[in-house]
Design a protein around this ligand. Sequence first.
Ligand code: GAL
Length: 806
Amino acid sequence: MRNSFFTIILLFALSINAQERVIIELNKGWKFEKGKNENAFENNFNDSKWESVTVPHDWAIYGPFDKEIDKQVTAIVQNGEKSATEKTGRTGALPYIGEAWYRNQFSVPNLDKSKKVILLFEGAMSEPKVFLNGKKVGEWNYGYNYFYFDITNLINENGKNNLAVHLSNLESSSRWYPGAGLYRKVKVIVKNKESIDQWGTFITTPIVTAELAKVNIKTTVTGENLQIKTVIKDASGKEVAINETALIFGKEFEQNIAVRNPHLWSPESPYLYTAVTQIYVGNMLKDVSNTRFGIREIKYEANKGFSLNGKVRKFKGVCLHHDLGPIGTAINKAALRRQLTILKDMGCDAIRSSHNMPSLEQLELCDEMGFMFLAESFDEWAKPKVENGYHRFFDTDVEKDLVNLIHATRNHPCIVMWSSGNEVPDQWGAEGVKRAKRLQDIFHREDPTRPVTVGMDQVKATMESGFGALLDIPGLNYRLPLYEEAFKKFPQGFILGSETASTVSSRGIYKFPVVKGPNKQYPDFQCSSYDLEYCSWSNVPDDDFVLQDDKPWVIGEFVWTGFDYLGEPTPYDEKWPSRSSYFGINDLAGLPKDRFYLYRSRWKTNDKTLHILPHWNWEGREGETTPVFVYTNYNSAELFVNGKSMGIQKKNNTTPQNRYRLMWMDVKYEPGTLKVVALDNQGKPVAEKEIHTAEKPYEIKLEADRNTLEANGEDIAFVTVSVVDKKGNPCPTATNQLQFAVSGNGTFRAACNGDATSLEQFHLPTMKLFSGKLVALVQSTATSGKIELTVTGKGLKKGKINLKSN
Ligand code: GAL
């Protein structure tokens, strides 16, 4: 009986009668099948042979990888290409194309004529068509958006309801791996007819001082003779303000509520309040809804830049695509939290959801953990980048897509800016200028509190056409040589680095000789981690740092990208088997590349960074020049090879690299110990770090990001697996094939080694190490207890780790 699996979340169960609002999360009991299946929407359709799955679900992540999947023969015009070539792996070489169905059943307890029922999808990839009890409910084209239907008139009052969802993904519909399926949550919301409309709450904080905040709450409702009561609670649950009114304007209540001595929200102190909204008819409580919000003030001012709560600051941001590496696009809070924990440790304070609507889970975590957010919407408007991209829907859907983005997410304090598009080809031509204005006007109409940007790559064209001038925030993607001119020509008085760097590297891989340059390629399809390789349109991190540090009118940067993602394997777009990106500061497994420490050394101001590269296992390079770089926030350091000084290096302004890195270019490799001693401004040693040449792999080591999981069937521990030699030195070049076994109340979910050329399937319990490491994902079951992961490999002492779930 499938309907026995529902998670029923009774909202506000402590304070009110649970009848006001019930949310049923449809996560278990789904049946799934790929293919056309013309009759699968019908009520009595027999799906018993279909695969049983849980949602969120990504049908394509299980592979296998295949060169022929979505092979796009095209010239990537944005990359300056003139003639078409074969691009394999552009969308990850995973089987996302085609049609598929999901079916489920649910029943709604205590349903009667006084209720309204909403069916909410937080995203469905893509072009979902939704059927209930054999009838079509509606459809939504854009796979990244949140949408809902009022299903009150279609639902069976007593008994089961058959839900069927048809999805369809076309080839050449994306520039990266889009995923496939019901990859975000599906919910049924049951409430009274007299109630707050879906996404009907809008909270802003128009006045913020240390003594007082004015909290403005607009609430749209349905029903007659309604009254509203709002209680504001602080983070500890204490009531700090209360307001009630019966004064309604059309469908909208508006309340202005004073919060005294407010705790302000910021990345450093992500303090959250909750507004508890209650709707009454007379004395009868009809609806209750909790909305978390933050009290904060954002300003963007000419010649001053961006300020949060009165303090000028620059965005230390990264762009993120929505896939979560080895688990694909199926949304998972533990995976998102781990990403943000890694970014926090790097000192990052902002995220751009490139190039689409973020998941609600990601926004919740950014609110809680303290990240500012640039919420983007589209990679295409009316003019195409890919044959079957969003341009097919632009004219009919853009308004409703933006409205849903704004309504669903506008109460998140983390969002400090919207983006209506990324490098849209509509930057060319008069129509594009009109479109830019139209979309920005929709944002302003629905949310007058946040500015709008577009990530522009055609900067010259947008200077001439007026496109750049009309935006609230001119966002430049790359184009560093045009920053000065754009600042002078655009009227806003500041420039955002909406996309920066696109430096490429493979974790733990180093190439010789060490020379800076664009579009470098090697026979193994890897990129060098000396962080000096980039694309024809992009640059190395240091070049961005110079502008960020020297130009007060640059308001920050969003680095492409925080993590590697599936698809877009530049500079090996035409080379198989490359199938994921090289741009990440962290690899696809979430393991830091050297670049992590370069950003950390300038972004993480409350901690020290002292990192040496490359590794020191260069058998066969004895006596050859093997440059050593140190990424650190110390200004100078002395390097030693086996105790012999290689001299002191000091940061200086001769080149961007010399300004931000310490580099010993002439070191000759000899096995042994590489040691760096950081010096303070008086030349006194203050910190040191050493790495050693490892002998052959001996033992498997395991280290989990978290040892205690929630026993909810969704939580994941990310276990870093590495090998060490007999003395315990990490083996940085090891490529051993390993096997994983999980026992107890957990399951093996996936593994990932960060190698962009690996065709090993993520969900199978075996994988090779890449540069001595990989990550194994262990998932909890719904039963609490002990979990054990064992990792074995031929000729290696096995590794074991004990986890538990509560
Ligand atoms: C940008 C684009 C990104 C990605 C990046 C790679 O132009 O906005 O989506 O393609 O280039 O460098």
